[in-house]
Design a protein around this ligand. Sequence first.
Ligand SMILES: [Mn+2]
Length: 251
Amino acid sequence: MKRVSRPPLIGVTTSITVGKSPERAYVNSAYVAAIQEAGGVPVPIPPQLDATALAEILARCDGFLLTGGGDMDPAAFNEPPHPTLSEVAPARDRLEIALVRRALESGKPLLAVCRGIQVLNVALGGSLFQDVATDPGTEIQHQQEREQKPRDEPTHPVKVVAGSRLAQLLGTTELRVNSMHHQAVKALGRGLVPVAFAPDMIIEGVELEDPERFVLGVQWHPEELVSRDQAAARLFRAFVEAAASPKRPPS
Ligand SMILES: [Mn+2]
């Protein structure tokens, strides 16, 4: 395994304004900061990129971070839209689904946060609960912003499956996480294993069953927690470290 001597380039997907002018691509600073603190160089990947630009960026980046954001278009998993959907951006969905597939083909590490775990799941053929509060329904508040809780305040517990890659990287099987998601993983995508759960059994973490691959999704927002939570900081360091240690593409 050959180490790259330069800091790894981490492609970071961005949000896009929906129904506002001018159209903008943007990303929360916390993602940029978390990657830099872990030793990586963030490279924004906006949905406006065409196929040529995207292919160039995918070829040059050493790892990819799928960021949080609005709801996915449920057409991607063949379900009619729930009335509570918001900030649906099909161009972003398309770009991120393509990115997941290419990242998997290339063998490069992928960390998927919040909306990202949902995109990862759908890209692999899975489906989503479109409004966790009513479907499947839960006593847990998965949208803490509704109670004016700060983004970096953990609000519900998560249990991580012992022996999973995620447990290994976090260094623990029990943690408290922040929670800012409207949707959640329903049917699992191909090759994904659920490795973290909220007390209501909502899936809060997935990883690829292939233990050689760094492909991880978490439903919470570790990028908001790195300065106060060792587990979150370890996760980002492990991700950037994996990107700095390229493996051969899977055969
Ligand atoms: Mn949650």
